[in-house]
Design a binder for this molecule. Structure first.
Ligand code: PHE
Length: 339
């Protein structure tokens, strides 16, 4: 038996495997339930005491040697495997990360800003929480004007002189107070109105309002600026139409329509078959407003305009429900690209 054990020891030393599967097969052959080592141990039980004394230690050594050998063989294949993984092409492009997209309101706000900044307008911002003077009084709203009413304005509990701004004209008041003409600026921002939420209106939305003050600014300047804006925004063949209107802070005031670019003025649901769609309010700044803000109304005149970004975006992309903008549904949002 000793001879058998010694022979096996030599055999084990020579053991080789060319794959992990072969190494596993060797393990089964030598160390498995019916393997060579098990059989030897069974034989060992049967032999005489004398032989046991001789063979006991070498047999145990043999078992350990086989275990070590097979472990070493297996390990070499594991190492080879991880080497193969490491040799992966590191110059390969990385997996694409899903990236977000710009919100349609941001896309259109940026377009509007781009158009006006190219014309020389600066961008001004102001607080969303505004006092009564900047939001209403300076802008010539009489004390009993319905826009001050609880219906339209979100007032602040315990602070009756403050409210959430109802338009970004309040920013323009701040610009007029803090600068001397000539001045040309637009104020984009969020505004708040206490209105029932529906497909057409929301209790907050976004505006871009603009203002230009200099010597001899006329209604013709306003008209040309609005025409240029409309053509850059909606296409070079766009026409504009100004309808007389009323705002406390402008005189004369107008509402501006653009020719319907969806049906080419043939009549569609968007323009309600009139061929025109309203996009903004505008007018010549009332001299009272200039005075309220410390500007000499004898020397200077100016125009102002204001538009809702949601309205322009809904027209541009033919979106029929304003609530979609605020629901954060990526199926909706991912459809818009800024290019
Ligand atoms: N502030 C007006 C609004 O919120 C828009 C406007 C601005 C109209 C400037 C005329 C001139 O509806």
């Amino acid at each position: 038996m000793l001879e058998k054990v010694n022979q096996l020891k030599e055999e084990i030393e020579q053991l080789k495997a060319t794959s992990a599967e072969q190494a596993e097969a060797l393990r089964i052959k030598y160390l498995g339930q019916k393997g060579i080592v098990k059989t030897l141990f069974q034989e060992f039980k049967e032999v005489d005491k004398e032989v046991k004394k001789q063979v006991g230690a070498p047999l145990n050594q043999l078992k350990n040697q086989i275990q070590e050998k097979i472990n070493a063989l297996k390990l070499s294949f594991e190492n080879q495997l991880s080497k193969a993984e490491n040799t992966e092409d590191l110059t390969k492009p990385a997996l694409e990360l899903p990236s977000g997209s710009q919100h349609p309101i941001s896309i259109v706000r940026n377009q509007i800003q781009q158009i006006f900044t190219c014309m020389g307008f600066s961008i001004s911002e102001g607080p969303e929480l505004e006092d009564d003077w900047h939001n209403f009084t300076a802008l010539n709203f009489p004390p009993e004007h319905p826009a001050r009413d609880m219906q339209d304005t979100f007032f602040i509990k315990d602070k009756p002189e403050y409210s959430l701004r109802t338009h970004t004209s309040s920013v323009q008041v701040r610009v007029m107070q803090n600068n001397t003409p000539p001045m040309r600026t637009i104020s984009p921002g969020r505004v708040f109105r206490n209105e029932a939420i529906s497909a057409r209106s929301h209790c907050f939305f976004h505006q871009v309002e603009g203002l230009y003050i200099d010597k001899h600014v006329s209604f013709a300047d306003l008209k040309k600026t609005m025409l240029d804006f409309a053509q850059q925004m909606f296409g070079k063949d766009t026409q504009i139409r100004l309808r007389p209107s009323y705002f406390p802070f402008t005189e004369p005031s107008a509402e501006m329509d653009i020719s319907c670019f969806i049906c080419d003025q043939k009549g569609c649901n968007i323009c309600k078959h009139s061929g025109w769609v309203e996009i903004l309010g505008c007018g010549m700044i009332d001299p009272n407003v200039l005075k309220n803000c410390g500007i000499d109304s004898e020397k200077y005149s100016g125009y102002a305009f204001g538009m809702g970004i949601e309205r322009i975006t809904m027209l541009k992309y033919q979106i029929n429900d304003i609530r979609l903008f605020y629901e954060n549904d990526t199926r909706f949002l991912s459809q818009f690209t800024s290019a």
